[in-house]
Design a protein around this ligand. Structure first.
Ligand code: PLP
Length: 481
């Protein structure tokens, strides 16, 4: 590999007024100012790390590109903050990280140390949760129609199974004779306001399933639901429906004690609301429309969004009454929102060329499979940051499109044009912030037989920043800090 020419870490200019760093963007240009609204909110420790160009280049040199960085100490802080906010809203709350959001052992361990449980949807996630210090009593197994191996593991370890269909219920009932332990069963509701969802049991089917459990001598632990949108009102309505079903069950002598209101709490990637709606107006490669279907800025996000929903649920007297009567345990399964500030992705620039329309195509050592938003027909809106490895020539603003290294026309990492201060050069780095929530690994692929990207856990100490392979992180990593 050719040796990189590295500039000093402190050469990156900082914007005094906002505290943000202008990563190669051209301050005077119109393009620069209009794209400023999309500058991501970045934790100050990560900002300082991003100035250490040489360290970052060395990590990418050692571990490959793209390189996913995880920040477990921030995950630990997030977990504690969520627990504080929710337990002061309703004391008997259990927060379980939706593990599908990020395949990081370091984050899982961090949340476990913070006292969070896990929402797992595969046997592999379950094994990883157990290895990462999560006690079985704080795990729920969600997902549709789980195979026998998954179900029997749950039964043996007394892990609640969220049943999605009658077929799955029959399977659990039939396993009673095979595994000596009693299954812990939660029935997933298909809320009346989500008629198009493929998950859960309609109210009538759920009542029938509860009867079947009673007949089979299997206790019903609780109900659950999950909504994929961010509408607080819909979630409050769904919880109200679930609680009224619990009351109905109680009147039939079926006592259940827990309700999971699922995940789907928002993460605010951008500090400002300004012009998020205008993102659809930004020119794109090939003029492709990339509607932003994620609310990248929300006034109330994360644990505050979740606490607001819980307050709204309990503000209805009929809900509060049944909650009190059943001494209900309330479960939340945030995925994406818990990963706020917990990760970022570094891509090495391989080369550039000018397209017919004058736009600079910046070829990254990586593929768009490493940015999940692409695969939902959208584009990850927060601005990518250019981290040059040499002193930047004053070229003026350069309109760039970030593309992947595969042979697919559609392998475009960022379809929207981004203006950098100069055209990124081979060996430079491009950083995408806040990618731990689904973005970095949900759709990763070994297309072209290229290995999957590595994950590096980064720990911030008083005087230094240290990295460790994600899979090597354990409780000791946190004690040392
Ligand atoms: C049952 C369940 N719980 C929790 C989640 C996590 O959702 P989010 O990452 O939006 O918080 C999901 C996501 O699909 C889910 O299906």
């Amino acid at each position: 590999m050719t040796e990189l020419m590295l500039s000093t870490p402190d050469s990156l200019p900082a914007d005094e007024s906002t505290g943000h760093t202008n990563f190669g963007c051209f301050p005077e240009s119109e393009q620069f100012s209009s794209q400023l609204a999309y500058q991501p909110a970045i934790d100050s420790r990560i900002k300082a790390l991003l100035k250490q160009r040489q360290k970052l280049a060395e990590w990418v040199h050692c571990f490959g590109s793209p390189l996913n960085l995880l920040f477990p100490q921030i995950a630990l802080e997030n977990g504690k903050r969520w627990r504080g906010a929710l337990s002061s809203t309703y004391p008997d709350t259990d927060i379980r990280f939706g593990m599908k959001a990020c395949k990081s052992d370091a984050l899982t361990t961090a949340y476990a140390i913070a006292g969070l449980g896990m929402d797992v949807s595969s046997w592999q996630e379950l094994m990883s949760a157990m290895q990462s210090l999560v006690p079985c009593k704080r795990i729920s197994f969600t997902g549709p129609d789980k195979p026998i191996r998954d179900l029997t593991t749950c039964i043996a370890h007394e892990i609640p199974i969220n049943i999605d269909s009658e077929c799955e219920l029959n399977r659990v009932v039939s396993l009673k004779a095979t595994v000596g332990t009693q299954a812990r069963v939660v029935l997933r509701l298909l809320p009346a306001n989500q008629p198009d969802s493929r998950f859960g049991l309609k109210a009538q089917d759920l009542l029938a399933a509860a009867n079947q459990l009673a007949v089979s001598g299997i206790p019903l632990e609780g109900l659950s639901f999950h909504l994929s949108g961010y509408d607080s009102h819909e979630r409050v309505e769904a919880a109200t429906e679930a609680l009224s079903l619990m009351r109905k069950l109680l009147s039939r002598g079926i006592i259940s004690n827990s309700l999971s209101i699922g995940g789907g709490f928002s993460l605010s990637y951008l500090p400002k609301a300004a012009s998020v709606g205008d993102a659809d107006e930004i020119p794109t490669w090939q003029g492709r429309s990339r509607p932003s279907n994620y609310p990248y800025h929300t006034k109330v996000s994360g644990e505050r969004h979740a606490a607001h929903i819980v307050k709204e649920i309990l503000s209805r007297d009929s809900n509060q009454n049944i909650v009190d009567e059943l001494k209900l345990k309330l479960i939340l399964e945030p995925g994406r929102a818990l990963t706020d500030q917990c990760g970022g992705t570094l891509f090495r620039v391989i080369g550039t060329k000018q397209a017919q329309n004058g736009v600079n195509l910046v070829v990254l050592d990586g593929m768009s499979f490493s940015l999940a938003e692409n695969w939902f027909g959208s584009d990850f809106l927060p601005l990518p940051l250019h981290i040059p490895q040499t002193a930047e020539p004053e070229q003026g603003p350069a309109a760039c499109v970030l593309v992947g290294r595969s042979c697919l026309e559609c392998d475009v990492v960022r379809w929207r044009v981004v203006h950098f201060k100069s055209v990124p050069q081979p060996g430079d780095l491009i950083y995408l912030h806040n990618t731990a929530g689904y973005q970095m690994d949900m759709n990763e692929s070994s297309f072209h037989r290229i290995e999957l990207p590595q994950k590096l856990a980064v720990f911030f100490y008083d005087t230094q920043t240290i990295c460790q392979l994600d899979t090597a992180v354990n409780a000791e990593s946190f004690i040392a800090s």
